[in-house]
Design a binder for this molecule. Sequence first.
Ligand code: C5P
Length: 304
Amino acid sequence: MSHRLLRRSADTVELFAPAKINLFLSVLGKRSDGYHDLITVMAKVSCGDLLKIRRTSPQEGVRVSCPGHEQLEDENNLVCKAVRAWLQTTQTEWGVEVVLQKNLPIQAGLGGGSSNAVSALLGMNELTEKKLSDESLRAVAARLGSDCPGFLCSGLCLAEGRGETIREIDPERSRELRGQAVLLFRPQIGFATPEVYQGFSDRGEFSDAKWARNRVCRWESGETSLSQLLYNDLEKSVFEKHRYFSPLFREMEREFGIFPRMSGSGSCCFACMPEGFARANEVRELILRSWGECTWIEDAELID
Ligand code: C5P
């Protein structure tokens, strides 16, 4: 399970909350509830945030602190919402204190907030015998955010609907990709998810569901390779507006033979690095030269 329990005592748990990348993301259409139907393959990566959850007395209420990111310390924080949802669903009257060590950039398409929320739910479950069942966890997670249920899957995950209908990808594919090196890189700007979806929707160029299913199916059955799966519909509108993505992607392809993609609604991108690839430093230099010294770059690998 990617949300690893790192430490536990009677009233405290510490958990790792991994980031995700979307190896495949197709948007099929806009729904009447304002969301978009999609088909996506999500993979968890080895970099992420840390959560320390402590059970306190009821009168202390629910408190979330996020050192260095005080703007995230309000009721809108998904961790806060997750803890409240857990308390309500299990009808438990506790106070809860969460310290969130944020390592992942926000507005990056890495699912940081969703992953934090899932860690909070799993962490709360660790503190009691009165656990939420897997089914309830999925239902609560889906209410918290479209990306949340995918984080409950072990291994690679296929998500459909607005993201809430999930299933595990064939374990053989997950095993093959476990440990796959990925380079994450994010320009010094974040994107708001609703705007990115809207920008894509406005173009009216949705993916065909049959095409999307076929592309995933052929990869999942072992007929095609990972590089033939990699795809993200949301790049189209983003790259049109933010002109600096395409030249860097083209250069990485041409110079190094690696094929970057944007993750989710961006702005973070990733490139799967071939085994034994010896020019990683040159790739990093190219990214920093193209997008500036403040570009966030992180070496990571795919995890279960
Ligand atoms: O579910 P979540 O709150 O994470 O979604 C944030 C926003 O992203 C939604 O309000 C919506 O604008 C957009 N979104 C979407 N279709 C999805 C997922 C997210 O339009 N499948």
